[in-house]
Design a protein around this ligand. Sequence first.
Ligand code: HEM
Length: 511
Amino acid sequence: MRAIARFLDRGAAASLEHVKFDDMPMAPGGHGFMGHNGEFRHNRLGLLAQLARSPEPIMRLKIPAPGVTAAVVNEPELVHEMLVDQGRSFDKSDMLRFALFPLAGEGLFTSNGALWASQRKLMAPLFHPKALERYAGDMVGCASRTLDAWKPDETFELLRETTRLTMSVAGKTLFDADTFGEADEIGRALTTALEWTGWMMGRPWAIVHVLARRRLEALLPKAPPAAAPAIEAAASRLRGPVALFGPRGRELRAAIRRLDEHVQHMIDQRRAAGTSETADLLSRLLDARDESGGAMSDRQVRDEVLTLFVAGHETTATGLAWTMYYACRHPEVYAAMEREADDVGPSPTAADLPKLGVCLRAFREALRLQPPVYMFGRDSRGHVSLGGYDLPPRTNVLTSPWALHRLERVWPDPERFDPDRFLPENEAKRHRYAYLPFGAGPRVCIGNHFAYMEAALALAVMMSRFRFESLGEDEPLPSATLRPKRGVRVRVTARAAHKTKPRAHDVSARP
Ligand code: HEM
């Protein structure tokens, strides 16, 4: 508590005097030659758990690379200051942009500045809560179609199935495309690309790229006009890896080729068909014109489509699998969710959403314990004061929802699964930025309402038709996103037989 009091005092004095970056407390751990980078690579969740236990609101990280400064924020009020109040003083982190470049290029998730602002403005109307209602039918249709392929009694990895489900929802609602036939193949290619991203983050090879690019960009303003285009081209080349070596590199190339083919096929089909009746995301991208009347380049369309396709399904699939994992371990929650599912039946509509309160709260609680985006970073644009400390330009500041969601001072008994934490009266007692699965500020997830709606509807369809039994423990595997290591093994049983008899563990849970 003393550390927080110090932080609040410093905040009050921040406009008067800033404390030097080097005087910021060092994060726990970080021993050895590689500093925190070593732990980040080999014991990511261990490092985050140490942060969650630390009383310090902001800490320096030891990164053994000349000219690299990094910190981590560990306090909801400071998260607010960084992502919201000073959101425009930070860019998406260069490291993340580099590691995601092969997959997402300069799409909405990774771009900065004017490009990001214009693309966000273009896409935002499609994700407005009012606009989402029209997706409910497709969400339920895709969930039902996924379940139609399940046998009355079978065992499988739930994550594979929730991925088929959410991928088909993203394909249908955003691009009017049917992904069912290719779901497993596309899923494998995406997994390869995301694993490469998670593996590459923080590697020396990645740091070299990021630093070399920054050097070139710093040269530009002073460069003679004749040299500027060459420097610009070299800097642009360093946005992604200059070469991909070894088996991992070959696998990534093949995966990206497969994904590019899929996206190009969708674009070609849409162009051949002319304008779409659905006015979906793809037609918005293809029809967009800049001030001089120019269309978006094919590369930009590809980056946006892949970004939305990946961001629009991978995280929700993981969240759904974790929700069932925890629900199966908490019979009273399971029973309450199942009652809601039975109440709305296997074909719910948008009008049924208010009846799915427990399903939604269980999903939110699963995202608290296992946030798919378990950490994200920003780089300060220039000198920025944060929490009373003076951050040097291009300081990489990390935020970890996984650690924030385990702060004992905010979340009593943090490892306990308890959807009631999200009852309105309990939410009102917490700091708004203590819960961060979707980020916050100008770069908040554009699809957060989409994800909540899809999750509640999908859970209702799944639980009204099948009963789930978890087959053993699972654990989070931190890569680009946080996935269950064993994919959540379950046995499902068709429910017609169950519906007539009450479950042994049916107790009344608070709806
Ligand atoms: C449970 C599901 C989801 C989770 C946990 C999640 C998480 C996040 C987070 C944490 C960010 C911000 C990252 C940062 O600040 O650096 C983000 C951004 C984004 N998300 Fe989501 N997301 C989910 C679902 C979706 C869906 C359904 C879509 C689209 C249909 C989507 C599209 C995006 C996009 C495009 C961005 C970048 C927004 C921008 O920078 O303007 N996400 N997401």
